[in-house]
Design a protein around this ligand. Structure first.
Ligand code: MUC
Ligand code: MG
Length: 376
């Protein structure tokens, strides 16, 4: 029967390194190679599911690193899941919660692989297990993050010309606010075709900086300001949001459902960035969407620069959400020079296409994976 067929037999975690097309700079980290952990779950019926655990430049964006994720999966999560049926994802999540505190990127990748294997066994697309798709593509923006205005102007023009991206996220906080604003002004002046503009400060500004620079951001027609203050400064975010004519987006501040509720009800922002590495699982991600909306925030499809595996996992949930007014940012598959899947995600006409077919809809390319494995 299904429970026996889908019993988890083996879980592996491999560290993968892929060069980026250019350096990516955030307020608190910088990298030119992206590392992530590929999780592979094999069931009794021989079917294998895959999942991706993302980090940004080491344990910087959050506390997990590829090394800690690999250890958490192999030493704690895998033994706890042995013989658990993939056909009982809620039980798998519960076993992981008992085996390890937080470690959300690790848990998210394992749960993705379990769902992928289950959906392949049932021969259905993963979206079906979250209620079925309401859309087959999602608007997708591109992040400008080299910090070099001239390079960014060219990159934005190329993305517009290819009809891949017309909305952009500009990473701030690596440089001083004054330099960042000069960079922004140049982009607005030299690329007038850019449509929506999100700035992501990644916790780098003080409340005083926000007061100082909000008028300039408004003049530059910025549409959304993401996490300007430190993640634990809920009161500060609420004060800035109250005086800002531009909506604020909550990112690093809220991982758990209680944090999301608190951020929403305190008025820390009007939009919530959904991320698998914050929720720790795809089912928890769908629940985070409901919690965010019910506490007063619109939804945005966030990322941690995942490649096609992680992006496909997010899309399986994003495709099923009744409302996703802010679109998504899963441009990660294009930030890598190469990928480890045979069927990388497609971006066309400013949208990211939801992969079709059973499971996640993306499949490992073993040759490319071999080349990309980090030597141990
Ligand atoms: C973040 O903080 O949003 C997403 C896009 C990007 O450039 O960085 C990530 C993380
Ligand atoms: Mg962010």
């Amino acid at each position: 029967d299904l429970l026996r067929q889908t019993a988890i037999r083996e879980i592996r975690a491999q560290i993968v390194t892929l060069p980026s097309v250019r350096a990516h700079r955030l307020s608190n980290t910088e990298f030119s190679h992206r590392e992530f952990v590929l999780v592979r779950v094999r069931l009794a019926n021989g079917i294998e599911g895959i999942g991706e655990a993302a980090v940004l430049g080491g344990p910087r964006w959050a506390e997990e690193s590829v090394e800690s994720i690999q250890a958490a999966v192999t030493r704690y999560l895998a033994p706890a899941l042995l013989d658990c049926p993939a056909a009982r994802p809620a039980e798998a999540a519960l076993r992981m919660a008992k085996a390890a505190f937080r470690n959300n990127a690790a848990k998210g990748a394992v749960e993705t692989a379990i769902y992928d294997a289950l959906a392949q066994t049932l021969d259905v697309p993963l979206t079906l297990l979250f209620g079925g798709a309401l859309r087959d593509r999602v608007p997708v923006l591109w992040a400008l993050a080299s910090g070099d205005a001239e390079q960014e102007v060219e990159e934005a023009r190329a993305k517009l010309a290819a009809r891949e991206h017309r909305d952009f996220k500009i990473k701030l906080g690596f440089a001083s606010p004054e330099d960042d604003l000069r960079r922004l002004r140049r982009l607005r002046d030299e690329v007038p075709e850019m449509r929506r503009l999100i700035v992501d400060v990644n916790q780098a500004w003080s409340e005083a900086d926000c007061r100082r620079f909000l008028p300039a951001l408004q003049e530059l027609r910025v549409d959304l300001i993401e996490q300007p203050l430190p993640g634990d400064d809920f009161e500060g975010m609420a004060r800035v949001a109250a005086q800002s004519p531009i909506p604020l987006m909550v990112d690093e501040a809220a991982f758990t459902h209680r944090e999301i509720t608190r951020a929403g009800t305190m008025g820390c922002g009007s939009v919530y960035s959904l991320k698998l590495v914050k929720s720790g699982g795809l089912r928890a991600l769908t629940q985070a969407a409901r919690v965010a909306e019910s506490s007063g925030m619109e939804l945005y499809g966030g990322c941690l620069l995942e490649g096609s595996i992680g992006a496909a996992a997010h899309l399986a949930v994003f495709a099923t959400l009744p409302r996703l007014p802010q679109g998504c940012e899963h441009f990660g598959p294009r930030l890598h020079v190469s990928e480890i899947v045979k069927d990388p995600l497609v971006i066309e006409d400013f949208h990211l296409c939801v992969p079709q077919g059973p499971g996640l809809g993306v499949h490992l390319d073993e040759d490319r994976l071999r080349d990309a494995l980090r030597p141990s």
